[in-house]
Design a protein around this ligand. Structure first.
Ligand SMILES: C=C1C[C@]23C[C@@]1(O)CC[C@H]2[C@@]12CC[C@H](O)[C@@](C)(C(=O)O1)[C@H]2[C@@H]3C(=O)O
Ligand SMILES: O=C(O)CCC(=O)C(=O)O
Ligand SMILES: [Fe+2]
Length: 329
């Protein structure tokens, strides 16, 4: 057991480094321009609930612009950053994740997107004229994420042999969609250098939405849990995006796809900056297995609920809780 004489770290859990990757599978990579991508996406969603996409068509200049703005924002004095918060859940947050006692070695900016992206933001800093170039980059980024998610979900529908390609993607279109954008900054934690463990950056959890699209700088730290419970480190790739299956997509596929458990371990030497787009449907959207997917006599594994109901319950839960449990039949 490692004891660190530093009160700031007191409440944040240490995680033993996973065993070396010898017998661990590698993260599936899907080339979106390949004719085999529909089947490969479905395979990855069933086995991992997670995959990396390349040839995605998203401008790297735009991604780097957001990253640079994020770095600039997180370098501001704490008091200035706190003017954008406190996170409740939206705004600037440091170490506290959500409202129910979770903590991690990170700071973040959590933003509700809204139908006209970021135009009605309650956050003063986003309305400030000095943030206009950050805001316009964020708008452009969200539009790119909508396009990417639509492409991935249509390929997914092809792979599932759904007649209508937009069966899943349409749940994330239209002005009522519940999208969130998050910037996370994990400062380095030199105190842990040389130990066989890491400090929790973002504790293990699944994302409640349909899908999340993650991009990070060149610092690793993200890990996903395999079906058998072993953790695998995800090698960082600045040029790629990582797609997470969320709880809602697990339900839509009646458990065929798995909502991936993931976590972030803070790096001892380098900061990690990640940006995540969370795609949620309108709050009134019913989340239930897609009838087109159900085989004869197959029963739903879940109670009927709306995204609004699920989200409300999720936000009352702790990060690591099994949120789908109360909705199972
Ligand atoms: C502890 C929590 C943080 C979270 C809301 C929750 O009560 C449980 C789900 C958490 C999560 C995980 C994915 C996303 O990062 C997030 C924004 C979301 O929609 O659900 C966070 C929530 C948060 O940070 O507020
Ligand atoms: O920052 C990361 O790399 C992942 C964070 C995450 O899982 C989340 O914000 O839900
Ligand atoms: Fe997550």
């Amino acid at each position: 057991m490692v004891v660190l004489a530093n009160p700031v770290l007191d409440q944040i859990s240490l995680i033993k480094s996973p065993d070396s990757g010898d017998n661990l599978p590698s993260i599936p990579t899907i080339d979106l321009s390949s004719p085999n991508s529909p089947e490969a996406i479905v395979r990855a969603c069933k086995e991992f609930g997670f995959f990396k996409v390349t040839n995605h068509g998203v401008s790297m200049d735009l991604v780097e612009k957001i990253e640079a703005e994020a770095v600039k924002f997180f370098a501001l004095p704490l008091l200035d950053k706190e003017k954008s918060g406190p996170s409740n859940p939206f705004g600037y947050g440091s170490k506290k994740i959500g409202l129910n006692g979770d903590v991690g070695w990170l700071e973040y900016l959590l933003l509700a997107v809204g139908s006209e992206p970021f135009s009605e933001s309650s956050l003063a800093f986003l309305r400030d004229p000095s943030s206009s170039s950050f805001r316009s980059a964020l708008v452009e980024y969200v539009l790119s994420m909508r396009k990417l998610v639509c492409q991935v979900l249509e390929l997914m529908a092809d792979g599932l042999q759904l007649k209508q390609r937009d069966t899943i993607s349409k749940l994330l279109q239209g002005s009522e969609c519940d999208e969130i954008f998050r910037l996370n900054h994990y400062p380095p934690c030199p105190l842990l250098q040389g130990f066989n463990c890491g400090l929790t950056g973002f504790g293990e959890h699944t994302d409640p939405q349909i899908v999340s699209v993650l991009r990070s700088n060149g610092t690793s730290g993200l890990q996903i849990a395999l079906k058998d419970g072993r953790w695998v480190s995800v090698p960082s790739d600045r040029e790629a995006f990582f797609i997470n299956v969320g709880d809602s997509l697990q339900v839509l596929t009646n458990g065929r796809f798995r909502s991936v458990k993931h976590r972030v371990i803070a790096n001892s030497l380098k900061s990690r900056v990640s940006m995540i787009y969370f795609g949620g449907p309108p709050v009134a959207q019913r989340i239930a297995p897609l009838p087109q997917l159900m085989e004869e006599g197959e029963q739903s594994l879940y109670k009927d609920f709306t995204w609004g109901e699920y989200k409300r319950a999720a936000y009352k839960s702790r990060l690591g809780d099994y949120r789908l449990g109360p909705f199972e039949l």
